[in-house]
Design a protein around this ligand. Structure first.
Ligand code: ZN
Ligand code: ZN
Length: 347
């Protein structure tokens, strides 16, 4: 069996195992102070990830990738997707522990320092209006934290991990460093708590966003036609991940593209499906689909933002620059980026 097919088969088997054995991902420490609402949202997110619908959607996106590939050699059957599956499988190490603990602290801050101030949006707007308003607020803070993670050099080190993906696929959104997840929660969680959403509403929005982020990271050749003016598409988000300097620091949107239009960060790249990756010459890119190698690479990728290299030396100078300030080297990497012994298409 060819290596990509083997990786895809392994991914599906592991996914099926996850659905069959949810306890694999439920090792977590939820502090008592994690408020009911936030705990409920976290639970719904996890349930979505473990539910058969998520894996069915993943399969459908994989089928669309095969039928309408944005670039050959990428997608769910790629080595990059296998690495992202390891990120998903090992999420309990940090996301279900440190990140949830941090969310508990934020809930305590809301209750003790802000007196539990809440807008009670549902009373004012009704459930339909609340969902729309909550999506807009959620998406705006998603956009804002994204801009900040690009513009602040220290935060870029952690966000760089997400951008290191050279093969877009529906699993690419799972490559998110736990420090980055903590930063996002710090900026975006309090405003969401203060909206006073019913736990079910908040959970449904968080769960739906999991599907949408899987979609926009897919290796599918679509810009959503006329909807591209309003919604982030796989084409628009691929441009955000582009190695090309002219695309750097653009298309920060998660669901809505309106924030990029409003604040002048929209890329002029209609119809373009560029190669993706980072300009960091020291970033530990996955080289082999062997499970031990993938886990080893995962550990190196987690440690990399802290300045730890394979030899233990600190090479911060290469990684403190944001994508827009490290021009020139990305193209070289994209052209020579051999993964798993194969030269990758750069078309
Ligand atoms: Zn980004
Ligand atoms: Zn992304």
């Amino acid at each position: 069996m060819a290596r990509p097919a083997l990786v895809a088969a392994l991914s599906i088997v592991l996914g099926a195992l996850l659905v069959r054995s949810p306890s694999v991902l439920t090792v977590h420490l939820q502090p008592e102070q994690l408020g009911h609402s936030v705990r409920h949202i976290a639970r719904m997110e996890l349930d979505t990830l473990l539910g058969w619908r998520y894996w069915l959607v993943l399969g459908l996106l994989g089928a669309l990738e095969l039928r309408y590939p944005a670039r050959p050699g990428e997608g769910l059957s790629s080595l990059g997707a296998a690495q992202d599956l390891v990120w998903l499988l090992l999420a309990p190490l940090f996301v279900q522990t440190l990140v949830r603990f941090h969310e508990g602290i934020l809930v305590a801050v809301h209750q003790r320092l802000l007196g539990g101030a809440t807008l009670h949006l549902e009373r004012a707007l009704g459930s339909g209006g609340t969902v729309v308003a909550a999506i807009v607020v959620y998406d705006f803070f998603g956009w804002l934290t994204h801009v900040i993670r690009h513009r602040v050099p220290t935060l870029w080190r952690f966000h760089e991990v997400h951008h290191s993906q050279r093969s877009m696929s529906p699993l690419a959104d799972k490559r998110v460093h736990f420090v980055e997840a903590i930063v996002i929660a710090t900026i975006a969680l309090l405003p969401m708590i203060m909206l006073g959403l019913a736990p079910r509403t908040g959970g449904a929005i968080a769960a739906a966003s999991l599907f949408y982020t899987a979609f926009i990271h897919s290796n599918i050749r679509t810009d959503l036609g006329p909807l591209r003016r309003v919604l982030v598409s796989p084409q628009a988000h691929r441009v955000h991940h582009s190695v090309h300097p002219e695309h750097a620091d653009t298309n920060f949107g998660v669901i809505l593209l309106v924030w990029d239009r409003l604040f002048g960060t929209l890329a002029k790249a209609e119809g373009e499906y560029p190669t993706t990756g980072v300009s960091d010459a020291w970033f530990p890119i996955e080289r082999s689909a062997r499970p031990a190698s993938l886990v080893h690479t995962y550990a190196r990728q987690v440690l990399h933002p802290f300045g730890v290299t394979p030899r233990g030396a600190h090479r911060r100078t290469a990684i403190v620059r944001g994508p827009g300030r490290a021009r020139g080297r990305g193209l070289r990497l994209a052209e020579t980026g051999a993964v798993g012994g194969r030269r990758r298409s750069v078309g």
